[in-house]
Design a protein around this ligand. Structure first.
Ligand code: SAM
Length: 231
């Protein structure tokens, strides 16, 4: 099943460090737990294959399995997949070109990847292609407005917004003062681009949820459906 591409993930070679930061309550552990709570809520209980795209170290696999699904992960980074393979079955692939038959997967989900893909529309089109008609795509990511590339979150939960929000572009690590983005950089993507890539691919938006424990949400969850009769 595995398909190795010439592209290299920005996460190659830092998997142990990344997994540690995501699991550290003093770093990204809180954000990870809240995002996994939201994923659980949006997925709901179910069964059958659930494809985790950009699965990284497979950090959410156990919670998805506990809902009743059989998670399978795909990521570009061999290094991330080395850890993930202890948590779920995995394949190395570029998610713009999945080695998976069309109309074959009932559920696709992802966490923290919309700021990572260089070709977001290519990824969403590919997810749409592999989903069965009636299948669901659940996307959890950092909130593009209140936790995006130009949002500076303060200790009290307020957010200083800097100019730059309105276009999609990759920001170098030096732009950020945070553990993960400060090492790998991230894409700034306005909310309209995130929602329009999903609509452009042919999906119907089923639910949008803004998560976070403070007044301003730091997580965005989206459920999109490939309606029956669409291919
Ligand atoms: C921020 S990490 C998120 C990992 C995991 N989903 C999590 O929640 O911890 C982004 C992941 O997307 C992967 N990625 C980025 N572009 C990709 C692509 N085109 N195809 C497959 N994986 C990709 C990276 O290798 C990395 O593991």
């Amino acid at each position: 099943m595995g398909k190795i591409t010439a592209r290299v993930s920005r996460y190659e070679g830092i998997a142990d460090w990344y997994d540690g930061v995501m699991n550290d309550p003093g770093k990204r552990g809180g954000l990870k737990n809240r995002s996994h709570d939201l994923l659980e809520e949006l997925l709901g209980k179910g069964e059958g294959l659930a494809l985790d795209i950009g699965c990284g170290t497979g950090i959410v696999a156990e919670r998805v399995r506990n809902l009743g699904y059989s998670p399978v992960g795909v990521d570009l980074s061999a290094d991330q997949l080395k850890i993930a393979s202890g948590r779920l079955p995995v394949a190395q692939a570029d998610v713009t070109n999945l080695p998976i038959a069309s109309n074959s997967i009932p559920v696709v989900y992802t966490t923290f990847t919309t700021t990572e893909y260089d070709d977001l529309q290519g990824v969403i089109n590919e997810i749409y292609r592999v989903l069965k008609p009636g299948g669901r795509y659940v996307e959890i990511g950092t909130h593009p407005c209140f936790n995006g590339g130009y949002a500076e979150i303060q200790a009290d939960g307020s957010v200083i917004q800097h100019p730059g929000y309105r276009s999609s572009h990759y920001l170098q690590p030096s732009h950020f003062n945070s553990p993960i983005r400060g090492r790998v950089g991230a894409w700034n993507r306005p909310l309209e681009d995130i929602l329009n890539t999903i609509l452009n691919a042919g999906f119907r938006l089923d639910r949008v949820a803004e998560g976070g424990e403070k007044d301003l949400p730091d997580i965005l969850g989206i459920v999109a459906v490939k309606d029956k009769g669409e291919n």
